[in-house]
Design a protein around this ligand. Sequence first.
Ligand code: CIZ
Ligand code: SF4
Length: 303
Amino acid sequence: MHTLEMVNEIKRLKREKRAIILAHNYQMPEVQDIADFVGDSLELSKKAAATNADIIIFCGVHFMAESAKVFSPDKKVLLPVYDAGCPMADMIDADQLRELKKQYPNIPVVCYINSSAEVKAESDICCTSANAVKVVKSLDSDKVLFIPDQNLGSYVANQIPDKEIINWEGYCITHHRVKCDELDEVKKNWNKIKILVHPECKADVVEKADFVGSTSQIINYVNKSDEKEFVIGTEMGVLHSLKKENPDKEFYLLSPSLICHNMKKTRLKDVYRALKDEVYEIKVEKEIMAVAKEALEKMLNLS
Ligand code: CIZ
Ligand code: SF4
């Protein structure tokens, strides 16, 4: 089918089936352009909860579609590519977390949103890269177990030196690849250009950046800034929104390795098939959903 025809079919099916399409900031441009909303995982989950659509096509990775399902259990949530997963989220499972909790009894568990619903259900509170510092600060404990991202955990630990953060050794295979040398090279050649990075990058990269934030925080920073050129240290998908919203500004990727292959698995044809065949439905056990929701809501109640 021709692209234009496919786009029209997607629009028609969307109306017919009362569906909405949500796309993460890291998705392919062709997918972002057909979406009703583009954002980070939390913004998209909130959209999912607020919509009165019957079907949610979630263009992202598995844990994100699961969070959307947790917030809207009565809706049909579809992930267009069944094996679009997040390697970081898979670095800890519920059994491993139960073992960790036995090892460190009575220490609260803060769980990054990049985790399965089952892991969230075993945690005290969730966080995103946008609010991790605030979440950890809010806890009435001087020790905190932080899972699964060691880099985000280290970033939080640096911001809150009076708390001890016990990190799980997970990491994002995409952001963890960025080398400090790559940042040094940029600084050497363009010493005034602003470097904006995601806290999933390693500590030595984060330390030297001008701004550290989630994808949406990076986009907001650029939208408000008077500067004209930026180096972006997060997955390349954000460049699409950045360029679209700021046609007068220039963007450079901090490293060519900033590409998440799982995020790039979803193409227009997959969105079309997801709508047409209603695949692949995300299912989470009822009890897990209820407890995972508590951990997510505790985070939301802080903001
Ligand atoms: O929470 C998200 O959407 C992720 C994985 C990244 C970010 O910073 O937005
Ligand atoms: Fe997971 Fe990293 Fe890909 Fe995000 S960019 S989905 S954390 S592997």
